[in-house]
Design a protein around this ligand. Structure first.
Ligand SMILES: Cc1cc2nc3c(=O)[nH]c(=O)nc-3n(C[C@H](O)[C@H](O)[C@H](O)COP(=O)(O)OP(=O)(O)OC[C@H]3O[C@@H](n4cnc5c(N)ncnc54)[C@H](O)[C@@H]3O)c2cc1C
Length: 415
């Protein structure tokens, strides 16, 4: 029998949940922003108009493994291998330290010798794979595991901690306090298998979200309408949106950031779920598209697809896109400092900090999954924050709410 299901948040998790549930249930999907996709945000530079020159502001890439859930979903949506393009890899590390780790007086950023940076990243990939395959506990901090890397202290800081510091928008010091396992899984590489390259849809990551939204035939997608509050009524969640509409539902799927989920759940009915959600912390990250070379080395021969700049307590990245219309750069800014002048586009994100405390809280939250008809999906439910895992969390919810969904069966065929 059809259930009435409300879903909040049209990021990849909410969109996928709606797509999987709509052939079994009456679904309404509420999204605060005017566009679906959440962290999938693509910028199309004016004037070029051609699909391959799409530039990513948020999610940049997914692994190209053909059996991944992302690739399976894309296949179901008609985006076969030809819709995807491999991404160039390569990173240049710039630092304000000299070869002994001392700050340069002029505060100039200079390239870190390539072999030093490569060795540090290789050590991280190798150890992180062992943490993953050995099922290292999620609450062990990175600092404890990295201590044994055979590297000078300053290299550890500049070349190892800079990776999570840039990804999670925190300081180098704070990166050491994050969960080694949650951070490591982003860099882990199986030494006995060929490396898996990153890729993205030719039309940009947001085209995946748009395609998914356009394949919702029964679900109602309410863009620009946020979830405002949730209480219990008649044994199920009663949802009110920012237009004042009320929905009596049998199930609610919260695919929104943790603080949004906590804010909307009535303390009177949902205090057990609100408590763990309060332990989640986010950091702001600003992305800007620009044409300024100010974040690149003066010597163009050194340019790489990604430049990581370590300065003071922070690490920030700039991606280089050579287009037919000249060089474009996407800089990530976590310091709150103004970015390069005259950006063509910018977008603000918040990134969840995978601290041991957050991961403990996450386990408590997952133990409440489905209580009173309230389900959680998306990045609040996954220890390792990737698109693949966010999508997997929507699949897990669909398994509970619509185990006989034909789309679900096709997505999981032969897994
Ligand atoms: C800057 C950045 C870069 C990343 N890069 C990568 C990458 O390259 N590869 C990768 O695999 N992963 C990457 N990730 C992780 C990836 O983005 C996430 O795992 C995934 O997108 C999370 O999807 P989600 O649906 O859980 O959440 P989100 O994408 O955050 O979507 C949540 C949605 O909820 C909406 N919302 C919020 N409040 C309400 C409300 N009250 N009512 C209704 N709607 C609401 C928001 O507007 C948003 O659309 C990145 C993350 C960030 C922040």
């Amino acid at each position: 029998m059809d259930m009435r299901v409300a879903i909040a948040g049209a990021g990849i998790a909410g969109l996928t949940a709606a797509w999987l549930l709509e052939d079994s249930h009456d679904v309404v999907l509420l999204e605060k922003r005017a566009q679906p996709g959440g962290n999938l945000r693509t910028f199309y530079p004016p004037g070029t108009g051609r699909v391959p020159e799409a530039v990513e502001l948020g999610v940049r890439e997914v692994p190209s493994a053909p059996d991944s859930m992302v690739m399976r979903l894309a296949g179901e949506l008609g985006m076969d291998r030809g819709h995807w393009q491999p991404l160039p890899s390569g990173r240049l590390l710039l630092s304000d330290r000299d070869g002994q780790g001392r700050r340069r007086t002029a505060d100039a950023l200079e390239p870190v010798p390539r072999e030093v940076a490569v060795r540090a990243v290789a050590l991280m990939a190798e150890h992180a794979y062992r943490w993953k395959s050995g099922r290292l506990g999620w609450e062990v901090p990175l600092r404890e595991m990295v201590r044994d890397f055979d590297l000078p202290d300053w290299v550890r800081e500049v070349a190892v901690y800079s990776l999570p510091a840039a990804t999670f928008g925190c300081t180098l010091d704070e990166a050491g306090a994050l969960s080694a396992r949650a951070v490591g899984e982003l860099y882990a590489e199986d030494p006995s298998a060929p490396a898996v390259a990153g890729c993205r849809p030719r039309g940009g990551m947001q085209s995946l979200a748009r395609r998914l939204a356009s394949r919702l035939f029964r679900a109602e997608l309410a863009l620009g309408t946020a979830l405002r509050s949730v209480r219990l009524r008649g044994g199920g969640p009663e949802v009110t949106d920012t237009d004042g509409c009320r929905y009596r539902t049998d199930a609610l799927v919260l695919a929104v950031p943790a603080d949004e989920a906590a804010r909307t759940l009535s303390p009177h009915f949902f205090s057990p779920a609100r408590a763990p959600l309060a332990s989640y912390a986010y950091r702001p990250l600003l992305y800007q598209v620009h044409r300024s070379t100010c974040r690149m080395p003066v010597d163009r021969r050194l340019w790489a697809p990604t430049t990581m700049s370590v300065h003071g307590a922070r690490a920030e990245t700039t991606d280089w896109h050579p287009t037919s219309d000249g060089d474009l750069f996407v800089s990530q800014i976590s310091s709150g400092a103004p970015g390069p002048g005259g950006p063509l586009a910018s977008a603000s994100f918040r990134t969840l900090q995978p601290t041991p405390g957050m991961l403990r809280a996450q386990r408590k939250l997952l133990a409440l999954q489905g209580d009173d008809g309230v389900f959680f999906a998306g990045h609040v439910t996954t220890p390792v924050n990737t698109l693949e895992n966010a999508l997997g969390s929507a699949v897990a919810v669909a398994r509970r709410l619509a185990p006989r969904s034909r789309r679900l069966a096709r997505l999981l065929a032969d897994t």
